[in-house]
Design a binder for this molecule. Sequence first.
Ligand SMILES: [Zn+2]
Length: 326
Amino acid sequence: MPLVTTKKMFAMAYQNGYAIGAFNVNNMEITQGIAAAAAEEEAPLILQVSRGARKYAGLRFLRAIIDATVAAVPSVPICMHLDHGDTFETCKQYVDEGFTSVMIDGSHYPFEENIALTRQVVEYAHAYGVVVEGELGQLGGIEEDVIGVGAEELSKHLTDPDQAVEFVERTGLDSLAIAIGTSHGAYKFKTAPKLAFDVIEQVARKLPGFPLVMHGSSTVPREYRDLINKYGGQMPDATGVPEEAISTAAKMAVCKVNFDTDLRMAMTAAIRQVFAEKPTEFDPRNYLGPARDTIKTMVKGRLHVLGCAGKAAECSEHPSMVTAHS
Ligand SMILES: [Zn+2]
């Protein structure tokens, strides 16, 4: 199946009460692990690229890896998405590169400026059949160069449902990342967070059928943190977003949930374990291979939490519905 946008995925996810997993890709092994999980679970998939990933691997390599993935798992509808685009020019460039979805994150700007910037990206992207995600309200934590508010500030920066309605209507965007108390990165919370499900509910009531997005929703699995620390790492104790909270949001209007930290932790845990248990090992295939397998196992679990396992077929698009831009 060629690359698809999120249109059909989100329509199905909204209607049938699940969410699509959006996973950050930085290299071949991470992408293969995610794709293998989606293929085995027959789940639709969003592969997303951050500016940090681009700085690390280069857009040409990331594109080639994603193109290869699309060819390798023809049963899985895959959307290629830019995560946290910062300017119109960045978003334009990814649209021109053939990405099927871009995010413009103007959440740090005043409301009117966020609207103007988002609208500009929407007008450009829609002309090429590319969908746009925007953001309103402020998330916590740090993700590469995306810096949010502190944990104690989170509740003051939640998305205002009335503003969300105005934002969606005036920008014409396709999905909206909302702040409901989640936080980027591995060191999210000291105790399990209380997410503002009422914000999701209110937006859903005011904008029925409109897909919402959750960022900063890694679960920060204890299992991987314990392995990392057992094999010489030093990750402080921290709590992520509980799986039940992700499932609850997925059954509501949340149609896309982003995961990055969990991938990093799974990969690091597996590599540390090989290095500790087999100190003579120096063939990268023998530690990147287990890392890829661990990512696959982790992602399979997430796909069940999201409820999108088994939904690849209903999210598949007729070829004529797929964007022709490339
Ligand atoms: Zn994010």
